[in-house]
Design a protein around this ligand. Sequence first.
Ligand SMILES: Nc1ncnc2c1ncn2[C@@H]1O[C@H](COP(=O)(O)OP(=O)(O)OP(=O)(O)O)[C@@H](O)[C@H]1O
Ligand SMILES: [Mg+2]
Length: 297
Amino acid sequence: MTRVVVVGDLMTDAVARAAFPLAKGGDTPANVTMHGGGSGANIAAWLAVEGIESAFIGRRGADIAGRNRDMELMGYGVDARLVMDPERPTGTCVVMVTHKGDRTMLSDPGANAALLPEDIPQDLFGPGAHLHLSGYSLLNEGSRKAALHAMQLAQKAQMSITVDGGANSHLKRAGAEPFLEWTQGAGLLFVNSSQAEVLTGRDNPEQAAKVLAAWYSQVVVKMEAEGALWLDNRGSEPVRVPAEPVEEIADGTGAGDAFIAGFLPGWLDGKPPAESLANGCRLAARAISHLGARPIL
Ligand SMILES: Nc1ncnc2c1ncn2[C@@H]1O[C@H](COP(=O)(O)OP(=O)(O)OP(=O)(O)O)[C@@H](O)[C@H]1O
Ligand SMILES: [Mg+2]
């Protein structure tokens, strides 16, 4: 089975769930919990618990949060290759969930924004391995050179490469054209519907996927409760799979990361897209049924 190398961000997520409507300028009782996070690290963790050999390359602070995040990844069985930043703290994301369940994130990348090309360990790049590059690493100017370097190493080693859209707001700031250029070399792009719209100007996910298929051999669009769709550039019919029903969404954070980890193994094994999409939706449903973006051990 293919070994997966993930290059991306590592964060601490502070999830605050308000019990009542937010008292602006005041104090609102909430349930506040701390979790391991970061899109790239989440994907590596979900892959490892699915029995896939996974490595994660990223940067942490020389702080207790960084040590905890490192140990957590090892606990999942991830080969964590974290470089310690002497100055910047481990990244932190404040996830605010209103009493109605709407989610707003405030993220401070900290050490993630200083990932350098020399932080990418070459020994992980070789034939038979796959690179998944988190869009966050490309979209953040500070880590972009390292992300592009990882893509070059993977191409030299003839590895397959997938990339994701990171976050809607970051994509908007960076611009569609630069992102499409940076990610040439990736065989498959994962985006959610909003990212697909930012990249193509189309609010219909299927239309957007068709436009994106001019840039990538294969495209997967994640569509929240609508599930996900896959399309290739060979003119075949798009494949759609519905989302798995979820009784109660405890915390939507990390659904997209779990989806990618669920999709990749089957896809790398050459299974039909419908099977990989369904497996993505299965892990995504697990991720949103509990608090935090990572699997529960
Ligand atoms: N409300 C929901 N009900 C059921 N499944 C859902 C729901 N929201 C998300 N999912 C599942 O999670 C997957 C990924 O979610 P989404 O489309 O929001 O991607 P994303 O934006 O990348 O993820 P995130 O919101 O975690 O950043 C969906 O394809 C679906 O399988
Ligand atoms: Mg989403």
